[in-house]
Write a protein that binds this ligand. Structure first.
Ligand SMILES: Cc1ncc(C[n+]2csc(CCOP(=O)(O)OP(=O)(O)O)c2C)c(N)n1
Length: 973
C-alpha cells in the first residue's frame, strides 16, 4: 500500500507535529521560534506536506510499520508516548526525530553526492554539509541514541532506530555504487516506488550463481571482442566499448527484465561507441559478419544497390528468445550526427504500438543509448524528451542509458556542460536518474531491473547514467595522452571491469576458477573460428521489405512511366466531401467556420471550384475509406497555420474537439490523427520519419509552420530522408509540407529553401514538387501510399494560393482517368504552335502571376508550362512540350533570387534538353533566366519593393527581349 512518500509527519509524533506545522503554515509566528527553523528547512510544497499529514502512509504492507494511515496504531503509540513522558520531553523527542527525518530527506535528495559511482574516483566523495549529521545539531553522542522512526521504510519498519543505524542505511541505500536522483519527481507514487526499491534493499544478497555467471560471461564477451579486434585490426576505427563493458550486461538484463514485465518488442538507438559489441552480443549479429566488414567487404549483398555505410552505423533486427519471453529487437541505423536518431526511434516505437493496438504502451518500448558529451550538448535531446508525455507522440516511456565515459573526444566534462551530471537535462522531464558505477556490474544489473520496472509501471522515461571511462583514445588511432594525461595515466593502471569482477567472484567463492577459465577459453576459440571463416563470408540477404513491407519492391524502370493509380470514383468523392462539409449538430460550431463548411458543400454540389483544403481533405478521406490511416503532425496543423484546414472543429462552448475526417464512417474507415506538435522541427520531423520507417500503409505527414523553419531539422533531411535508403536500405514514404512563396512577408516567411532540397536529389531518392492545382495535390498525396514503393515527398506548399481564385479544380480532375501530372501544359487557346515566340517554364506560385498578366495583356504567342514535379526531373514530358514550339525561345521564370529556388537545378537540365532538340536544326538555344537577382537574403522586408520586383520579373518573362533581360548575377548599379 503506497500512498505517500517522504513524510516526516506521519510517525509517532504525527498528531503533535502536524498540528504545529499546520499552525506554522497559517502563521509562522504562531509557533515557538525553535520550530520555525526546522520547518523552513523543509522546502516541500506545503500542500503536499499537508496531504501527507492527513493520513498518508508509505509503510510496506508486509511489515508492521505504523503510519498515519493506520490511525489505531498511531494513536496508540501517541498515547503511549504521552503517557510515559512529559510534554516537554515529547517536544524534545519530536524535534530530534524531525531533525533526523530532515537528515534522511537530505540523503534522498543529495545522497548521490557521496555515491561511489566513478570507477576512476575522479567524481564524487568530497564533503557535503547537507549529508553531515552535525549540520542537524546532532553530536557524536547522539549516534547511539534512539529515535522514533516508525514510518521509515529504510529501517525495515522499526519503531526505534539509532542515528548510527539511520546513517548506515541511508549511506548504503544512496551512497553506494548506485546514486539516485528522484526527489525532483512530482508524482508521489513514483517517488515512493523508488524509495521502496532503494532504501534498505540488499539486492546483492539475492543474486544467484547463475546470474553472476551470466554477468561474467557478458563481460568476457564484451571485453574479449574489443581486444580481439584490437589485436587483429590494430588501430582500425571501431569506437570500442573498452572501459564501458558493463553496457553489455546492462543490455541483457534490461531486455530480460522488460520481457518479464510484458514487453515484446524494443526499438533501440545508439551512437557509434560500443555499437559493434551491441550488434554482436545484443543483436546477435554473427562475429563472422563483422570480421568480414573489417576486411573491407560490404554489409549488403552484392546485387543490392546503394552506398552502404560504415560498420559502426549499421542497424539490425533480431528475435531473442529469453526465458522471460520472446522479444523482437530492432537497432535503428543512424548517421554520425550524435543523438539525431532519438526521435526516429520514438516514432518507430509509436508506429509499432499502433500496429499492435498497444494502447497501454506495454508491449513496445524504446531504448536509447547516449554519450555523456552528446547527451548534455545536443539540443535534440531535450526536444525529443519533450515528446515523451504528449498525446500524439507518447510512447509509454523510453529507457535511456548514458554511457558516461567522462570525456567527449578530447573535451572534459567541465567544457561540455554547465551542470554537475550529463543527465541533468532529463530532470525537467520528471525522469528518475540512476547513476551507477560501471565497475560494479551487479549494481548495473540492479539498475537495469529498476529502469525496466519503473518504465513499465509508470510509463515514463528513465535515465541510467553508466559511469565508466574510455580506455583508449576517441577512436583507436587517437592518442588521449595529448590532452588528458592524468586521466589516462589513471586508466592505464586501472584493471578492467572483467578483471575486477573476476577477482571478486574468486575471492568470495561465488564461482569457481575452473568455470571462469572455461568461459574465457570457449569464447576465445569461438572468435578464432569466426575470424577464420570471415574471408569466405557472403551476406546472402538484404533485410528489407520484410514484415510490414512485404509486397513492396525496389524502384525499377523509368519514373515517368510508373503507373500511379490515384483516381477515385466521383460518387465516392462526393459522399466523402459531403460528410466533411456537414455542420455537426452535436457541436457548437464557430460562425465563420459554418460559412466555410457551406462553401465546401457548394463545391460538392457543383463539383467545381474545389480549393486546396478541400482537395487535401478529399485525399485524406478517400485514403481513410480505403483503409490507409493518415497521420498529420506539425505546428498548429489541426486548424492550419493559415486557417484553411480545420481538420479539427472546436466546440465554441466547451472546447471539445471534433474531427470531421474521423467521422466519415467511423466503423469502416482507418484512423485519422492530426496533432498540433510541440514547437520543434528537428525532433518532430525525426519522429514522423521514424513513424514512416515502421509503417508503410499510413500516409504520414509532417508540416512546417513556414518552410524556412524546416532548416532547424536539416540533419533529418540530409542524414535520414535523403540518404537513408541508399545507406541502410530503409524506405520512407513521408510527406513534408513546406509553405513556400514570395508574398512580401519578408525574408523569413518566403522561402522553404527549395534549392537545398533540389541539391539533395540524386538516384531517385526524393520527390520534390511545387504544385499549382488542388487536384494535382490530391493525386500527389494519394500516390504516396498507392504505389508499390515508398519515397519521401517534399511539397512546396501554398500560403496565399490557398485562397487564390485560379487555384481551384473540378471534381472530375480527381475522378476516373486522371492521375498526377508531372507537368501541366498550356491551358489557354493561343496562336498556332509554330507562331509561339516564347515558352515560359515555371513552377509554383509565379505561374498564377504570369497567367493573369498574360491574359490581361492579351498576349497570344507566349506559352506557359508548369513543372509540377521538379524531381524526379520529368525530362520526357518537358522535351515533348518544348519540341512543339520550335520557333520559340525558352525561359525559366521564378520569383526566387537566382541563387535560390530551382534555377541552379533546372538550367543544366533544360539546356541539355534544348541541345538535344536543336541538334536537328540550325538554331542553338540556351534557356533564359527570368527572376530576381542573386541575393543574400531570400526576400526584401518591404512590401512595396517586393511588388515592384514581382511586376518587373513578370513583365520581363512575358515581354522582355533576351538582350534586355536582367542577368541572374549582375547587380543593379
Ligand atoms: C552532432 C555531432 N557533432 C560532432 C560529432 C563528432 N564527434 C563524434 S564522437 C564525439 C564525442 C562524443 O562524446 P560522447 O558523447 O561523450 O561519446 P563518447 O564518444 O565519449 O562515447 C564527437 C564530438 C558528431 N559525431 N556529431
Amino acid at each position: 500500500m503506497v500512498e505517500s512518500v517522504d513524510t516526516i509527519f506521519t510517525g509517532i509524533n504525527g498528531a503533535f507535529i502536524s498540528e504545529l506545522y499546520e499552525r506554522y503554515l497559517e502563521n509562522p509566528n504562531s509557533v515557538d521560534p525553535s520550530w520555525v527553523n526546522v520547518f523552513t528547512d523543509l522546502d516541500d510544497d506545503p500542500l503536499l506536506i499537508k496531504s501527507d499529514i492527513k493520513g498518508a502512509s508509505w509503510a510496506r504492507s508486509n511489515t508492521s510499520i505504523i503510519g498515519a494511515g493506520e490511525p489505531d496504531q498511531a494513536e496508540k503509540h501517541s498515547n503511549h508516548v504521552s503517557s510515559n513522558v512529559s510534554s516537554d520531553q515529547v517536544n524534545e523527542i519530536a524535534k530530534r526525530s524531525i531533525r533526523a527525518r530532515i537528515l534522511i530527506r537530505s540523503y534522498r535528495v543529495r545522497g548521490h553526492l557521496h555515491a561511489q559511482f566513478d570507477p576512476l574516483g575522479l567524481v564524487g566523495a568530497g564533503y557535503h554539509k547537507e549529508l553531515d549529521y552535525k549540520s542537524y545539531e546532532f553530536t557524536e553522542e547522539d549516534l547511539d541514541k534512539e529515535f522514533y522512526l516508525d514510518t521509515i521504510t529504510a529501517m525495515g519498519g522499526k519503531e526505534m532506530a539509532t542515528l548510527r543505524q539511520i546513517l548506515d542505511t541511508m549511506r548504503q541505500s544512496y551512497c553506494s555504487s548506485i546514486g539516485v536522483e528522484y526527489m525532483h519527481i512530482q508524482e508521489m507514487e513514483e517517488r515512493a516506488w523508488i524509495q521502496q526499491n532503494i532504501e534498505g534493499v540488499d539486492y546483492k544478497s539475492n543474486y544467484s550463481p547463475d546470474l553472476r555467471r551470466a554477468i561474467y560471461k557478458d563481460l568476457v564477451e564484451a571485453e574479449g571482442f574489443e581486444t580481439y579486434l584490437q589485436m587483429k585490426h590494430t588501430g582500425t576505427k571501431r569506437f570500442g566499448l573498452d572501459g564501458g563493458e558493463s553496457l553489455i550486461p546492462f543490455m541483457e538484463r534490461v531486455l530480460r527484465s522488460a520481457a518479464s514485465v510484458g514487453v515484446e518488442e524494443v526499438v533501440i538507438g545508439m551512437p557509434h561507441r560500443g555499437r559493434l559489441n551491441v550488434l554482436a552480443r545484443t543483436m546477435g549479429k554473427p562475429y563472422v559478419a563483422i570480421f568480414s566488414e573489417f576486411q573491407g567487404n560490404s554489409a549488403h549483398p552484392e546485387d543490392v544497390q546503394g552506398s552502404g555505410d560504415v560498420k559502426y552505423h549499421l542497424g539490425a533486427s533480431a528475435d531473442r528468445d529469453f526465458t522471460e519471453g520472446l522479444m523482437h529487437l530492432s537497432l535503428t541505423a543512424n548517421p554520425s550526427h550524435l543523438e539525431c536518431v532519438n526521435p526516429v526511434v520514438l516514432g518507430k516505437v509509436r508506429a509499432k504500438q499502433a500496429q499492435r493496438g498497444d494502447e497501454a504502451r506495454d508491449k513496445v518500448m524504446g531504448l536509447l543509448m547516449h554519450g555523456d558529451a552528446a547527451f548534455a550538448g545536443q539540443g535534440i535531446v531535450p526536444e525529443s524528451l519533450d515528446l515523451s508525455q504528449i498525446k500524439g507522440y507518447r510512447t509509454g516511456g523510453t529507457i535511456h542509458v548514458v554511457v558516461n565515459n567522462q570525456i567527449g573526444f578530447t573535451t572534459n566534462p567541465s567544457s561540455s556542460r554547465s551542470t554537475p551530471y550529463p543527465t541533468d537535462i532529463a530532470k525537467g522531464m520528471q525522469a528518475p536518474i540512476f547513476h551507477v558505477n560501471g565497475d560494479d556490474p551487479e549494481a548495473v544489473v540492479r539498475v537495469a531491473d529498476l529502469a525496466a520496472q519503473f518504465r513499465q509501471k509508470f510509463k515514463r522515461d528513465v535515465i541510467v547514467d553508466l559511469f565508466c571511462y574510455r580506455r583508449h583514445g576517441h577512436n583507436e588511432g587517437d592518442e588521449p595522452m595529448f590532452t588528458q594525461p592524468k586521466m589516462y595515466t589513471a586508466i592505464a593502471k586501472h584493471p578492467t571491469t572483467r578483471e575486477i569482477y573476476r577477482k571478486k567472484l574468486i575471492k568470495e567463492e561465488l564461482i569457481t576458477l575452473e568455470e571462469i577459465e572455461r568461459v574465457e577459453a570457449t569464447f576465445r576459440s569461438h572468435l578464432d573460428d569466426e575470424f577464420e571463416a570471415a574471408p569466405n563470408y557472403k551476406t546472402n540477404k538484404a533485410d528489407w521489405l520484410e514484415g510490414k513491407w512485404e509486397g513492396l519492391s525496389a524502384l525499377e524502370g523509368e519514373e515517368e512511366k510508373r503507373d500511379d493509380d490515384t483516381a477515385v470514383e466521383l460518387g465516392r468523392l462526393t459522399e466523402i466531401g459531403n460528410s466533411l462539409a456537414r455542420v455537426p449538430e452535436e457541436v457548437s460550431v464557430n460562425n465563420k467556420l459554418i460559412r466555410q463548411l457551406k462553401a465546401k458543400s457548394i463545391m460538392m454540389d457543383t463539383r467545381e471550384g474545389i480549393d486546396w483544403a478541400m482537395a487535401e481533405a478529399l485525399a485524406y478521406g478517400s485514403l481513410l475509406m480505403e483503409g490507409h490511416p493518415v497521420r498529420l503532425s506539425g505546428q498548429d496543423s489541426g486548424r492550419g497555420t493559415f486557417s484553411h484546414r480545420h481538420a479539427v472543429i472546436t466546440d465554441q462552448e466547451n472546447e471539445n474537439r471534433y474531427f470531421p475526417l474521423s467521422q466519415i464512417n467511423p466503423s469502416k474507415q482507418a484512423p485519422f490523427e492530426v496533432m498540433d506538435s510541440p514547437l520543434s522541427e528537428f525532433a518532430v520531423l525525426g519522429y514522423e520519419y521514424g513513424y514512416s520507417l515502421a509503417e508503410p500503409e499510413t500516409l504520414t505527414i509532417w508540416e512546417a509552420q513556414f518552410g524556412d523553419f524546416a532548416n532547424t531539422a536539416q540533419v533529418i533531411f540530409d542524414q535520414f530522408i535523403a540518404s537513408g535508403e541508399s545507406k541502410w536500405l530503409r524506405m520512407s514514404g513521408l510527406v513534408m509540407l513546406l509553405p513556400h512563396g514570395m508574398e512580401g512577408q519578408g525574408p523569413e516567411h518566403s522561402s522553404a529553401r527549395l534549392e537545398r532540397f533540389l541539391q539533395l536529389c540524386a538516384e531517385d531518392n526524393l520527390q520534390v514538387v511545387n504544385i499549382t492545382s488542388p487536384a494535382n495535390f490530391f493525386h500527389a498525396l494519394r500516390r504516396q501510399v498507392k504505389r508499390n514503393f515508398r519515397k519521401p515527398l517534399i511539397v512546396m506548399s501554398p500560403k496565399s494560393l490557398l485562397r487564390h481564385k485560379l487555384n481551384i479544380s473540378r471534381l472530375n480532375e480527381m475522378g476516373p482517368g486522371t492521375g498526377f501530372c508531372r507537368i501541366i501544359p498550356e491551358i489557354d487557346t493561343l496562336q498556332e504552335d509554330s507562331e509561339i515566340k516564347r515558352v515560359i517554364l515555371c513552377s509554383g506560385k509565379v505561374y498564377f502571376d504570369l497567367l493573369e498578366a498574360r491574359r490581361q495583356q492579351n498576349i497570344k504567342d507566349v506559352v506557359i508550362i508548369r513543372v509540377e514535379q521538379l524531381y524526379p526531373w520529368p525530362r520526357g514530358s518537358i522535351t515533348e512540350q518544348i519540341s512543339k514550339y520550335s520557333n520559340a525561345d525558352v525561359v525559366w521564370s521564378q520569383e526566387e533570387p537566382s541563387n535560390q529556388g530551382s534555377w541552379h537545378f533546372v538550367s543544366d537540365r533544360l539546356n541539355y534538353i534544348l541541345s538535344n532538340l536543336d541538334q536537328k536544326t540550325k538554331r542553338r538555344r540556351n534557356v533564359i533566366y527570368v527572376g530576381r537577382r542573386a541575393s543574400a537574403s531570400p526576400a526584401t522586408g518591404a512590401l512595396k519593393i517586393h511588388n515592384k520586383e514581382q511586376a518587373f520579373l513578370i513583365d520581363q518573362a512575358l515581354n522582355g527581349k533576351e538582350s534586355d533581360i536582367v542577368q541572374p548575377y549582375i547587380p543593379i548599379k
